[in-house]
Design a protein around this ligand. Sequence first.
Ligand SMILES: [Zn+2]
Length: 94
Amino acid sequence: MGRGIMGVAKQRRYCPEDDRMVLAEKQTPNHLLHLLLSVLTLGVWLVVWIILIIGADLGAYRCPHCGARTRSSPPWGWKPRRRRRDEYEEEDED
Ligand SMILES: [Zn+2]
């Protein structure tokens, strides 16, 4: 479990730079921690929380390999290249 103020959301998306599907990552606020901090600071922390939520929504899912912005789906007609083990190390197969 992440203990920082930011967590990471992961989603399967298409990376145009690598021309393949990747497990894209996006920074997202750790809401449980922010709720706790907001209570402890009598609501003052809500300002930080809201800023982080807005920032996370604006932030795109990015490719963990090249850092490029990913797309929700590949182009029409796109087919994955032949799978190679070394290219798909990010897949959680085990
Ligand atoms: Zn990439």
